[in-house]
Design a protein. Structure first.
Ligand SMILES: [Zn+2]
Length: 52
């Protein structure tokens, strides 16, 4: 039986329960602004890495 890898929240680095829904964690634990800035910074990091 294959077990799903544990998810880790990219914002607070909290390990989520195996059956936890990361979306639910994000929505209940973090502000939309936090999510947006996290996504934006990841996007920027990727863009930056690609310009080498
Ligand atoms: Zn979190």
């Amino acid at each position: 039986m294959v077990s799903k890898p544990r998810m880790q929240c990219p914002l607070c680095n909290e390990r989520l329960e195996r059956d936890a829904d990361i979306e639910e964690h994000l929505l209940s634990q973090h502000e939309p602004r936090e999510l947006a800035s996290e996504i934006a910074s990841e996007w920027e990091a990727e863009e930056f890495a690609g310009t080498e």
